[in-house]
Design a protein around this ligand. Sequence first.
Ligand SMILES: Nc1ncnc2c1ncn2[C@@H]1O[C@H](COP(=O)(O)OP(=O)(O)OP(=O)(O)O)[C@@H](O)[C@H]1O
Ligand SMILES: O=c1ccn([C@@H]2O[C@H](COP(=O)(O)O)[C@@H](O)[C@H]2O)c(=O)[nH]1
Ligand SMILES: [Mg+2]
Length: 225
Amino acid sequence: MWRRTTWLPPLFSSSKRSLVSQIQGAYGLRIWRTMSSEIQKPEEDGTFPRGITPFITFVLGGPGSGKGTQCARIVENFGFTHLSAGDLLSAMILNTIKDGKIVPSEVTVKLIQKAIESSESHKFLIDGFPRTEENRLTYERIIGAEPNIVLFFDCPPEEMVKRVLNRRQGRVDDNANTVKERLKIFRALSLPVVNYYAKKGKLYKIDGTGTEDEIFERVRPIFAA
Ligand SMILES: Nc1ncnc2c1ncn2[C@@H]1O[C@H](COP(=O)(O)OP(=O)(O)OP(=O)(O)O)[C@@H](O)[C@H]1O
Ligand SMILES: O=c1ccn([C@@H]2O[C@H](COP(=O)(O)O)[C@@H](O)[C@H]2O)c(=O)[nH]1
Ligand SMILES: [Mg+2]
């Protein structure tokens, strides 16, 4: 089982700049390179067709750890655009989701890429992705960039199971069997991704226990800095 801690400061080894200036730098100084409306591949440095390098936050955590709930707060308070990988996929791959399995990386990355390209926004929360090292590598290969930061909601499994089984939003994967499978996959395949970003100094590990308000007060300083 993974260790639960309270709020940990990020390990921003690569930069001492504030998050606000990183967000501004991510898209403020770019010029439009094309006026074409065609979908094009991002350039090697992660620049998207509109000539903008978006500010990307990956939001990770086990099933029911509160990713979607906290993303809604971040959107409300800091104007991000929320892209839930699970929601983007759910219409397409219902059977895979019903079994708690992971959809092929190229499918997910291309959906995310399309959603970013067709948005006017410059800063995105990508909720529930990457789920595996292979997801992560595929994103890097196709998008040509890493996320700016990564949030990880750390929550004990028994609490996650309780929340999922109480969710009652009609999700096909909110049942005892699928949640067991999702937790297994999360431990085996998703935690290595969390550890990768911790080593890179990009990870903000947030204690995902307590009330929604208490958790958001741990999130707020990350974006308000
Ligand atoms: N701090 C909290 N305390 C109690 N319940 C919570 C808390 N945060 C969220 N919930 C509830 O728990 C359920 C799961 O939360 P949420 O959908 O945000 O999790 P998630 O990480 O996005 O899960 P999934 O990976 O399954 O999409 C929801 O019903 C939500 O209202
Ligand atoms: O990158 C991803 C994200 C999600 N999935 C599938 O969707 C469900 C639900 O995702 P949530 O983020 O928990 O809403 C997940 O269990 C996977 O089956 C995926 O394959 N790849
Ligand atoms: Mg969710």
